[in-house]
Design a protein around this ligand. Sequence first.
Ligand SMILES: C[S@@+](CC[C@H](N)C(=O)[O-])C[C@H]1O[C@@H](n2cnc3c(N)ncnc32)[C@H](O)[C@@H]1O
Length: 202
Amino acid sequence: MHDFDKNYWEEHWVSATSPKERIMPVNPYLADETKQLSPGTALDAGCGIGTEALWLAENGWQVTGADISAAALATAARRAEETEQSHRVEWVETDVARWEPNRTWDLVTTHYAHPDTGQLAFYKRLGSWVATNGTLLIVGHHHGTHHQHEHPEEATVSLDAIAELFTEPDWRIEASYEQTRSVGHRSAPLHDVVVRVQRIRV
Ligand SMILES: C[S@@+](CC[C@H](N)C(=O)[O-])C[C@H]1O[C@@H](n2cnc3c(N)ncnc32)[C@H](O)[C@@H]1O
């Protein structure tokens, strides 16, 4: 099994004839789970070619899109110019599993990012960057229903395991569910876990 390291992700994004070939529709959970929030600052960790970051910018957020892949971010920046949202988004090339941003955001979100450090350590780290009263929105691959070749076990996660990371009185779980959906050209459906938590206190 390969490592989910920088080389893997650069290859993922440059192996398409054009990285734009990998464009997927914006993840539906983003609109559902942010509609009750007032736009502020947002981080999309593992933003890829920027689809969710750009959706947030278009919906009033001041966004940081962070990814380990320079190729992905170059495409994200070009797309931002095309949609005239570039003033609302900054792109940061970094390994978010080891990054020390020294700041917080009102919304921290991540969609299907699976760094080489494992899911739970990664989510805990993202939680430490959420401002008081802010929100963490996690979309991941559900543990147990993915084909091993596509999403190996270490890239998947369960709702219960995430819930153990974000407990009262510091956190309140606002949404937690599994959903299966079909996406564009993909032959196999995606089995998703979606968790939204609010940070009550630091
Ligand atoms: C499966 S893609 C998902 C992209 C996008 N969030 C989406 O939902 O379409 C996973 C993304 O996470 C990024 N990624 C993986 N490990 C990372 C890390 N340690 N630091 C930053 N980004 C990482 C990859 O480069 C890739 O863009």
